[in-house]
Write a protein that binds this ligand. Structure first.
Ligand code: Q9C
Ligand code: ZN
Length: 371
């Protein structure tokens, strides 16, 4: 399988994040992508290439230009406003209750992007746990180019290709970043497929978290089906979207499917959800499937609470490939660094119909039971 990777992700050099007001070791770190790259290189069955520059137009096809300009300028603004921080995190968010009782028209006039960088980050941010550093914008642009180059490979005839995107993307909405995500790589890829191939597309999101950004971007679109299997937002990030009764509106009515799972989800329970998701995708048209691939479903993930093991990823890859669509596979989350390479190897080998022999040294079995 062809793999698209760019070392430019290293510029998004994240060391700490804030969690509920306290600085803690970061989860979304450069080592994640390096672990996956190293494991796929060692496997020998993957051919690597670097992304090509696709410019800004495919980004503003799904994102507000104001978000792009904010992300581009944020670090230099932090410095020129003399805020002595090692990363940017918001000061104040426009909580919707701030405007309770005020009309939509009045709110549109009143709520403006402020000048101060802590307020500006609140205007565009979802949460305080997505640190932005000097190299974030360049890395996020490279991740988009990784996704779009992966699309090119599939449009050129590959049955499947994998984009090792970092930073991830599925929490980024049209006008919002957050959840370690800046640009929505999968949404940009899906939009590009509809524009270039002129056909409908589906996104299968198997990251542990609900992809609120992807859902928001395609909420009213009938030509982009979005299905996500994730932790119930009642107990996990992003908390305010991801419930089963969110099905889309307007042209998009019925084109959004959320499958929230309880804590401790097992391989068997997870595979049943995969079959439901693939059934929903098969009901719609299209020959290409975008996969938002996260490994934070792994039993030992530090921020997840599922109980999956590495071998179930091989099975999931096989079942997704059996959908008979060409696959644009894009990396999202996954934070248990020692197992990431094996999980990716298992999934991608499964998607190619190749067997998976775990490395003897790996030995990670997770918290769950094998199917
Ligand atoms: N205690 C992705 O997986 N909250 N994003 C973390 C940790 C944010 C996850 C809280 C989680 C975002 C792409
Ligand atoms: Zn996640």
């Amino acid at each position: 399988m062809q793999v698209v990777y760019s070392p430019r992700h290293l510029a998004h050099d994240i060391v700490t994040e804030t969690y509920m007001g306290v600085e803690v070791p970061a989860n979304e770190v450069a080592e994640r992508a390096e672990r996956i790259r190293t494991a796929l290189e060692a496997d020998g069955g993957f051919a690597f290439s670097e992304p090509t520059d696709h410019g800004e137009d495919p980004i503003t096809a799904v994102h507000d230009p104001g978000l792009v300009r904010f992300l581009e300028a944020a670090w230099s603004e932090l410095r020129s406003q003399n805020v002595p921080r090692s990363f940017l995190s918001a000061d104040t968010y426009p909580n919707r209750s701030m405007f309770e009782g005020m009309s939509d028209e009045a709110i549109d006039v009143m709520v403006k992007e402020p000048r101060q960088i802590g307020g500006r980050a609140g205007f565009y941010g979802l949460d305080s746990a997505a640190p932005l550093v000097a190299g974030t914008y360049d890395a996020a642009r490279a991740a988009v180019d990784v996704a779009l180059t992966t699309v090119d490979l599939v449009l050129d005839g590959a049955a499947a290709a994998y984009g090792l995107c970092r930073p991830p993307g599925h929490h980024a909405a049209r006008s919002m970043y957050g959840g370690y995500c800046f640009f929505n790589n999968a949404a940009i890829a899906a939009q590009a497929i509809t524009a270039i191939a002129g056909e409908p597309v589906a996104i299968l999101d198997v990251d542990f978290h609900h992809g609120n950004g992807s859902q928001q971007i395609f909420w009213r679109r009938g030509d982009v089906r979005y299905v996500s299997i994730h932790a119930d937002p009642d107990r996990q990030y992003p908390y305010f979207l991801g419930r089963a009764d969110e099905t889309g509106e307007g042209d998009g009515r019925g084109a959004n499917l959320n499958i929230p799972l309880a804590a401790g989800a097992t391989n068997a329970g997870y595979l049943a959800a995969i079959d439901t998701a693939l059934g929903f995708i098969a009901e719609g048209p299209g020959t290409i499937l975008v996969v938002s691939l996260g490994f934070d479903t792994y039993g030992l993930d530090p921020i997840g609470d599922f109980a999956l093991t590495t071998d179930v990823y091989h099975e999931v890859g096989q079942r997704v490939a059996a959908s008979d669509r060409r696959l644009v596979i894009l990396q999202e989350g996954g934070y248990h660094r020692p197992s990431l390479g094996e999980s990716a190897r298992a999934w991608l080998r499964g998607a190619e119909g190749r067997s998976f022999d775990p490395l003897p040294a790996a030995g990670f079995t997770g918290r769950g039971s094998v199917v």
